[in-house]
Write a protein of this length. Structure first.
Length: 265
């Protein structure tokens, strides 16, 4: 007799360097594909794994949320241990919780946070987790320009044309935080959702402003006109998915916190 189908909430971390993003693909290694393979090995073919969104190829995550649907009597702790035993070394499940049948990792998510790491110096150890931006950055200029991004805007210029044919280019940006440490410039962007390559192009434009190759007025124009910004796409290795938010209090607490954290540096 088949066990009753149950749904579980998963929090996971992953190093994205070997993967073509989150979404399962027939001819590429992906995070969702690896999770589905492990779940099918444990619980049969009739399983489902859905994430809180998609990530670009090569992007990392420190607390990505997904849900697993499977016919099993295993406890959350057993699922976590068994799945981790089957997953590759660069994907790790941090937590498993029993979830209601209506919980959906993407549909119930009200906001997401990304962090980008710009290295101010050459590094021998963390090349896979930072973008070494050549030249000095005027962080104050970047911070002033970043305020233009907050609110609801049309981000057509910050994604590829085929994306806006399928979905609205309008995105609510709740906060853009930029801080400087001894070795890094950290850019955190919190919003309702993000379009393909959007965060990386925002970072690329802000970096060009910090280098005085662009000015804040250029950024304002890109939000009002459709411009090809592909040349400003920052490399994937410096980008980390940080958090998915499922209620306003959770997001507000995160928005109120200072940006002091960096990863692997």
């Amino acid at each position: 007799m088949m066990n009753k189908i149950s749904r579980f909430k998963l929090a996971l971390e992953f190093d994205g360097r070997r993967y073509s993003g989150w979404q399962k693909q027939q001819d590429a290694r992906t995070i969702q594909g690896a999770l589905l393979y492990a779940a099918q090995e444990l619980y049969g073919e009739h399983v489902d794994v859905q994430g809180n969104g998609r990530t670009d190829s090569g992007v990392h995550a420190v607390r990505f949320i997904a849900h697993l649907e499977a016919a099993t009597d295993d406890t959350p702790q057993q699922i976590e241990k068994k799945m981790n035993n089957l997953l590759p070394h660069d994907i790790n499940i941090l937590m498993v919780q029993k979830a209601g049948s209506r919980f959906h990792a993407r549909h119930n998510c009200i906001g997401r946070s990304y962090l980008y790491q710009l290295a101010k110096r050459r590094t021998a150890f963390c090349k896979g987790y930072v973008w070494q931006a050549d030249g000095l950055l005027n962080v104050g200029t970047m911070q002033k320009a970043a305020t233009l991004l907050e609110g609801m805007h049309d981000f057509t210029s910050f994604t590829d044309r085929q994306v806006v044919k399928k979905k609205s280019p309008h995105v609510m940006i709740n906060r853009v935080q930029i801080v400087e440490t001894e070795d890094l410039v950290l850019v955190r962007i919190i919003g309702s959702h993000f379009l393909w390559k959007m965060v990386r192009r925002i970072v690329g434009v802000l970096t060009a402003i910090g280098k005085e190759q662009l000015v804040a007025g250029d950024l304002q124009r890109y939000l009002q006109e459709s411009v090809n910004l592909s040349r400003y796409t920052a490399p994937a290795q410096g980008l980390f998915f940080e958090r998915a938010f499922y209620n306003q209090e959770e997001m507000d607490n995160f928005l109120a916190a200072s940006l002091t954290l960096s990863y692997f540096f």
